[in-house]
Design a protein around this ligand. Structure first.
Ligand SMILES: [Fe+2]
Length: 346
């Protein structure tokens, strides 16, 4: 068995591969590490056959959908997953065949309704059902302390005590644990009385994960994150530096149109000299009257350089092939001490 644990902040993903056949499965991949998984698989001579989420993640952005599209392989989740892009939905006890390896799904609702663990040879990937020295929380959407109690004490913890535990989160750098070690030492598992366990889980008062709304939106729907939208726009537009634009304004301002895509009040308070106003929200509807020559070079800016990237991508898609985004925004322009209109009063 080829085995690789990939840590991203507190999240853990796992790449498991069959040495004899080079088939592999990737468990709980995270969007920011997409290229790393592919590189690791290539380095080990593995072909990823399945991309698996152990549950609907609320704290990070899953890469399963993107990887599945790139690799032309199925996204695997438990049958209870709400995500419409899941290709292969497992039920408890079913096996995934990865070369000579067998990954067995074990439905363990509690952290989420669609949580599953995956058992393979001497180990079990426990997702957020069982962590080292802790359990997954049960206060997020579809979580249930009652269900977690049953999943743990009537399911997962009855497996062989020698099974190695590889969780989806680990914050202290430990590689793994075992079922037996967790039963003996995990503080949360010492509450073996059902009512006491449920009461403990329901009174943990944990802070909400950052990006929870966006993570649930994208992981449940297959939609894009804001960062993805910006990265996709940035990939199809050229940029101009602040200093380059300043030189143009001083020496050759007739060669380009400087387009401010912020709102009118921001434009009125201060803008780049000679800039025209066309708010992002009105771009498509007013572009034909405002920008009559599609061959002109158009430098687009906003306050921070993000909305202008989206606007530039839109313009280029509409045929304005001379549209360029400013690398930075009005904020950086002001901080650089470059000229503004109306002129700054000292
Ligand atoms: Fe989770």
């Amino acid at each position: 068995m080829l085995f690789e644990a990939i840590a991203t902040n507190g999240c853990r993903s796992y790449l498991v591969g069959c040495e004899q056949t080079c088939a592999a499965a990737l468990i709980d991949p995270e969007l920011s590490q997409l290229d790393r998984y592919l590189t690791l698989a290539a380095r080990d001579g593995l072909r990823i056959r399945y991309v698996i989420d152990t549950h609907t993640h609320a704290d990070h952005f899953s890469a399963t959908q993107q990887l599945a599209r790139q690799l032309n392989v199925p996204v695997v989740m438990h049958r209870a997953s709400p995500a419409p892009f899941v290709d292969l939905r497992l039920q408890s006890g079913e096996l995934l065949v990865v070369g000579r390896l067998r990954l067995q799904a074990l439905h363990t609702p509690g952290h989420t309704r669609d949580s599953m663990c995956l058992r393979m040879e001497d180990r079990v990937f426990t997702g957020d059902t069982l962590l080292i020295g802790a359990t997954g929380r049960t206060d997020l959407p579809s979580g249930s302390a009652e269900a977690l109690y049953e999943s743990l004490f009537d399911g997962l913890l009855k497996l062989d005590p020698g099974l190695k535990v590889f969780p989806a989160h680990e914050y202290k750098g430990r590689t793994h644990s075992t079922i037996g070690k967790e039963l003996a030492e995990n503080p949360r598992l010492q509450r073996r009385d059902r009512a006491a366990f449920i009461q403990m889980m329901n009174t943990l008062n944990l802070t909400m994960p950052t990006h929870i709304t966006e993570a649930l939106r994208t992981n449940m729907s297959g939609g894009k994150t804001v960062a993805q939208m910006l990265a996709e726009a940035a990939a199809i537009v050229p940029f101009m530096s602040l200093a380059e634009l300043k030189t143009y304004i001083e020496c050759a301002k007739d060669e380009l149109i400087v387009l401010d895509v912020r709102e009118k009040d921001a434009f009125d308070s201060a803008h780049i000299p000679g800039a025209r106003l066309l708010p992002r929200g009105q771009l498509e509807l007013r572009v034909n009257e405002e920008l009559t020559d599609p061959t002109r070079r158009i430098i687009v800016y906003c306050e921070f350089g993000r909305i202008s990237t989206l606007a530039t991508a839109t313009l280029r898609q509409m045929g304005f092939h001379g549209a360029v985004a400013l690398d930075g925004g009005m904020k950086a322009w002001r901080e650089a001490g470059y000229p503004v209109t109306p002129a700054k009063v000292a």
